[in-house]
Write a protein that binds this ligand. Structure first.
Ligand code: FES
Length: 112
């Protein structure tokens, strides 16, 4: 897994939703409830931009049709049967780092 520092972002506990790039991926970075979450930015339902959404009760809400996804796991709410990718986040000295696994790392883990 490679860790990518997000430039121009100092995290001090604020609430935010921001589109960032890391490891060639477009990520919806969310500061919510004194934690930071990194999730896929594209809604699997019909491609809505999740960085334009909002948070409610621990979920990220898509602005297009209001599907919702767990900030912790990316899992879609009951009845949706979908998910968005979620990535590990580390905070060091107020800087935010996102961990991205390569395709081969994911492949090897799937067949362990
Ligand atoms: S595009 Fe996101 S809920 Fe439909």
């Amino acid at each position: 897994m490679e860790w990518y520092k997000i430039p121009d972002l100092k995290y001090t506990g604020q609430t935010f939703i921001k589109r960032v790039k890391a490891g060639g991926k477009t990520i919806c970075l969310v500061g919510y409830d004194n934690k930071v979450f990194a999730l896929g930015a594209k809604c699997p339902h019909a491609g809505g931009d999740l960085t334009q959404g909002w948070c409610k009760e621990g979920k990220l809400i898509c602005p297009v049709h209001r599907y919702s996804y767990s900030l912790e796991t990316g899992k879609g709410s009951e009845g949706q049967n979908d998910y968005i990718d979620s990535y590990p986040v580390e905070i060091k000295d107020d800087s935010v780092y996102i961990g991205i696994s390569s395709f081969w790392e994911k492949f090897k883990q799937a067949f362990k």
